[in-house]
Structure formats: C-alpha cells, structure tokens
Design a protein. Structure first.
Length: 325
C-alpha cells in the first residue's frame, strides 16, 4: 500500500463514549450479542483514521452516523429483512421518507431524523442534494440484494462493481469530509470528470477492501454479494486464488486514485479554476489519499474483519425492535 499511514485522532475514546451515549439516548439498546459485535466493529476507530484532523464535534457526529449505518447493515445483510424483499422495501422506504422530512416513528427513524437535521442544518442545498443522493442510493442497495437473493440470482462482476459503489456507503462519508474540511464544492467542481473518477476510485477501493476482509464472515452467512465470492464463482478458482486476484485489483484501484489526482490537477488548470474552489478541490485530493489509507488500516485492525470465527448467525424472522413504532 503506497499511501502514507493515517494517524489516529487522540479523541477516539471520547468519540466512542459519545456514540454509545447517543445510541442509548435514542433507545438503541443493543442485545448482548449485538453489543459485542458493535464493540468488535469499532466505528470510532474508522472515523478517527478517516478524519484525523476533524474537530471533536465532527468526530462525534460522524461516528454516530457510522454507528447507525452499521445497525442498518447488520439488519439487512445478516437479519431477516435481507431475505424478505417486502419487509426490506417497507423498512427502507420509511427511512428514505424520514430523510426527506416525514415524521419518524420507530427508534431507527428518530435517530436518522436527528442525524439528518444536525448534519444538514448549515449546509448548502447543493451539498444536501449530493448527500441525500448518496445516502438514499446506499439504502436501496439492501432492497436490490434482497430481491436478487429471493430470486436466486447472482450479479455479474461488472454489475456488482456499479452496485458496490453505492452499497459500501463510502460516498456519504465523502460528503461528510467536506464538513470536516470546511468546504462546500459547487456543482461545477462536482461535475469535473477527474473529480468523479477520484470519488469512484476511492469508493471502489473501500468496497473491495471490505469484501476481501469480510469474505469469511459473509460466506458463513451464505452472503453472495461479495467481490471475492463472485471471482471464485466466475473463474472456478480456489478461495486463495480469488483473494489473490482481488488483491491485484485493489492495487489497480490505487493506481486509479493516483491517476485521478493527476488528472484533477490538469482539469483545474484547464478550466482556470481558482480561489476557494481550487483550494477545496486540492484539499479533497489531498485528504482522499489519507482516507483510502485510513480505511485500509481500519480493516486490518477491527475484529469485525479480523475475527470471522466470532460470527453469530441471526435466527430472527422479523425486524428488530428498533424499527417498531
């Protein structure tokens, strides 16, 4: 991994405490198994590695988003909603409606409503549009997977790359990066081909890194939406060969990140972009490299990925109480 190792913000313990207190304040009391899983997940570690220069207030907010996202992920990846398209559709549609201003009902909806309000209150309409697009696109990937699972379908590798770009949920955190960095990109900057390519490469790296580290856990759950598993199925290789192929692909994505950085600098000059917009784009290019490294380091340290032997099967047949009125 050629990127410089990311530092770890010293406020990590405070961030962890704030996340658990926030969850409990919204009635998100985790069962003993779920609590152990979240402890092994260490959302505060990921946030501290991804945003090493963020203020404590922003670290806390972002970690609460991630805590909430992991609850969603475990519900729809591992729980019954991921096997029942109608149950999944209803729950996801409600979350999207709440994001768009509907009155929240269940505890997960109330938690989302509070996070959205605190996050978007001082942001521009264009930033909110991007954040909404990325968050909603991530949420609906759970429904797409539930439908494919129910139909006995497996996506092609090409289709999965596009799907994974949304399902890994990195893009909303690229939006949150702008809050930490004190920037707000105009639509013209977001439309630059190299900026789009950079965002996509960073997101693709996160998705593939996660798939490599999650494969054993997801295989135990019968979860097929994983790049390593798709390589194995497509090529008829051994697990080790599939992992090695995924590793080669990961290195190529790093090259894409570096190429997009270079092309972004060229496009900034070609478009004669100056002032605050130039500084904001340069900050993104600089920080996204550290973000990739931080994400890579996190997957090597969190027990959620390093200890697949600790996976517990979810035997429920209904959504958790967090989604109840």
């Amino acid at each position: 991994m050629p990127f410089e190792s990311a530092g770890c913000n010293p406020g990590i313990a405070e961030t962890r405490r704030a996340a658990w207190e926030w969850a409990e304040s919204h009635g998100l009391f985790l069962s003993p198994p779920a609590r152990k899983k979240m402890i092994r997940t260490r959302p505060e570690l990921w946030i501290s590695l991804i945003f090493p220069r963020a203020s404590q207030r922003h670290l806390d907010l972002f970690c609460q988003w991630l805590f909430w996202a992991f609850l969603v992920d475990d519900e729809f990846d591992d729980g019954p909603a991921g096997r029942d398209p109608r149950m999944c559709e209803k729950a996801i549609a409600r979350l999207v409606d709440v994001f768009d201003g509907a009155v929240p009902v269940g505890r997960m909806e109330h938690a989302l409503d509070g996070l959205r309000e605190r996050t978007c209150r001082d942001r521009s309409p264009r930033w909110v549009r991007q954040f909404r697009r990325d968050t909603v696109a991530w949420l609906w990937t759970y429904y797409a997977e539930a439908v494919e699972r129910a139909a006995g379908q497996v996506p092609s590798r090409a289709d999965f790359v596009k799907h994974r770009r949304d399902s890994v949920a990195m893009q909303p955190f690229l939006c949150l990066h702008e809050i930490a960095a004190g920037i707000d990109l105009p639509d013209s900057a977001r439309s630059l081909p190299a900026y789009i390519a950079l965002r996509n490469a960073v997101t693709d790296h996160s998705g593939l890194c996660n798939d490599i580290c999650s494969f054993e856990k997801e295989a135990a759950l019968g979860y097929e939406h994983n790049a390593v598993r798709l390589i194995q199925r497509d090529r008829g290789t051994s697990l080790q060969e599939a992992v090695e192929e995924a590793g080669i692909q990961l290195a190529r994505i790093v090259e894409r990140v570096q190429r997009a950085e270079k092309e972004l600098a060229e496009e900034i000059d070609a478009a004669d972009i100056g002032g605050g917009t130039r500084a904001a784009l340069e900050r993104c290019a600089q920080d996204y490299r550290g973000l990739v490294r931080g994400d890579f380091d996190y997957h090597a340290r969190a027990e959620r990925y390093t200890r697949p032997d600790l996976v517990e099967l979810d035997e429920r047949d209904s959504l958790s109480r967090y989604f109840a009125a």
